[in-house]
Design a protein around this ligand. Sequence first.
Ligand code: HEM
Length: 495
Amino acid sequence: MITEVLVLLVLFALLIKASIRPSNFPPGPRGLPLVGYIPFLSKLDPEYPHLALKKLSDHYGPVAGFYLGPSQPFISVCGYRAVREALYNEDLAGRPSNAARRERTFGQRLGVIHNDGPEWQEQRRFALRHLRDLGFGRTSSEGLIREEIEDLTQEIRAHQLAHGSVDLKGLFNLSLINILWALVGGERFRRDDTRLAHLLDIVDNFVRSADFTRANIPVPDFCLRYFPSLTRKLLGLRNDLFTPLQDFIRERIREHAKDRSEDHPRDFIDVYLQEMSKRQSTDSSFHENQLIGVIIDFFIAGAETTSGSIGFALLYLLHNPDIQRQIQTELDQVCGDSLPQLAHRPSLPYTEAALMEAQRLSNITPLAVAHKALRDTQLGGYSIPRGSIVTVNLFTVHHDDESFWQDPEIFRPERHLSPDGRKLIKTDHLLPFSAGKRACLGEPLARNTYFLFTASLLKVFEFHPLPDRPLPTLKPKNGLTLSYDGFEAMVTPRS
Ligand code: HEM
C-alpha cells in the first residue's frame, strides 16, 4: 500500500514538474511526465528531424521550447534572424555531452566536436593553427587534392568502360578520407588499400546509424554501462564501431613517435606529439587519447560532408543539363586545356554560383551540431535555462525564408550573381558551414576540395541520366548528416 502511494506521489510530482516551465521559457508543446516530448516528435515528420522542428516553429514561432525527458530543456531555433542570434550568442556555444557521445572517446569528454570550455578552445585553436600551417585550405594542399582527383577520374573512366555507366555512390568518400589522412598522418593510401575501405566503412556506418533527435535523448550513464546494446538501439549511435578506428590511429601515433624529428614535423600527428612533449604536466589537455579524439572528429565531420556535397552537386546537375552545359562552357573559356585550379576561382562566377546553389538545396547538415546553453541566457526575447540543448535549423535559413530566396525550391545559380552575371554575390543567408564560435573548423579545406573536385569532374566528363530510366531521386538519406542516395550515371569523357 505504502509503495503504491509513493509511486502515485512520484508520478504526481513528475506530472506537476512536467507542466511547470521556467518563467519566460519559449512557447512549445507539453510532453508526457517521464519522457517529455520525445514520442511526439517523429509524428510531426517520421523521417527528417529538421522538418519536424520546422513544423513546430510554424506553430510556436522561431524560438520554440519543450522538454526531451523529465528535465532536459530543448530549444528549437528556426529562420534567419533567430538562427543568427543563436550562433553569435557565446552563451550558446557549448555542446551537450552524454555517455553515448563519450563512448567515442574512451568514456571521457575529448576531441573538438562534442567538447566545450577551455579544453575545447585550446584544442580547436591548436588544430586550426597547425592545419593551416600544413596547407589546410591553402594552395599548398592543391597538389595533394589534385592527385586524388587524377586517381578518381581514372577510376571513373575504368568503370564507364567496364560497365557502360558509373555508380557514383561512395566514390568520393575514398578520396576525402585520403586527403584528410594525408594531412593528419602524412600518408596516402592506394584506392584499393583494404585499410582505407575499412576506415570508410566505419565512418559511413556511424554517420548513418543515428539521427539528430535520437542522438540527443538524455540517457543516464548507467543505462549504457548495464544495457549497452539496448541503449545503442534506442539512440541509434553506434559508437562501438570506433574501437578499430581508435586502434588504427593509436598504432600510427606510436609509429610516428618512434621516427619523428623535433625540428621537421611532417604532419598533424607530429606537431601534436611535439606539443605533448612540450607540455608534460598532468593537467595538460594534450595527450594521446585527446589526439585520437581530435582525429576521429576530423573524419566524422570532414569525409561524409564534403563527399556528400560533391555527389549532390553532380546529382542536381544531372537534373539540370542546361546548367551543367553552362558551367562547362565557362570552364572551357577560363581554364582552356588545363584542369580548374584555385587561381581560376575568381574568374568562374557561374560555376561558383552553381556550387553554392547545390549546397543551399542539399543541406548536408540541416541542424548543425547540437549547441548547449553554457549559462542562463536570452534568445528571441525568451529565457533559455543553462544546460538547454539548442538546435540551430540551418535548413530553414536556406530553404524556407521565402522573403529572401523567393523561390527556394528552384535550382537557380543566378540568384547568387549580379544582374550582369559577372560577379558573385555572397550572403549570410547561406550558412552551410554555420557561423560564430562553433562554425565548421574544416571550412577552408572543404571549400577548396568541393570546388576542385566538382569543377574538375565537370571539365573532364559529361554526366547524363541512364537512358529509359527515371532520374535518380534528389530526396536525401537521413542520418547525422543528409546524404545523397547512390546513383548511376552515364559519364562520357569530353573532348
Ligand atoms: C562541405 C563540407 C562540410 C560541411 C557542410 C560542414 C559543416 C559543418 C557544420 C554545419 C558544423 C557545425 C557548426 C555548428 O555546430 O554550429 C561543422 C562543425 C565541424 N566541422 Fe565541418 N563541415 C564540412 C567539412 C569539414 C571538414 C573537411 C572538416 C575537417 C577537419 C570539418 C571539421 C569540423 C569540426 C571539427 C567541427 C566541429 C567544430 C566545433 O565544434 O568547434 N568539417 N561542420
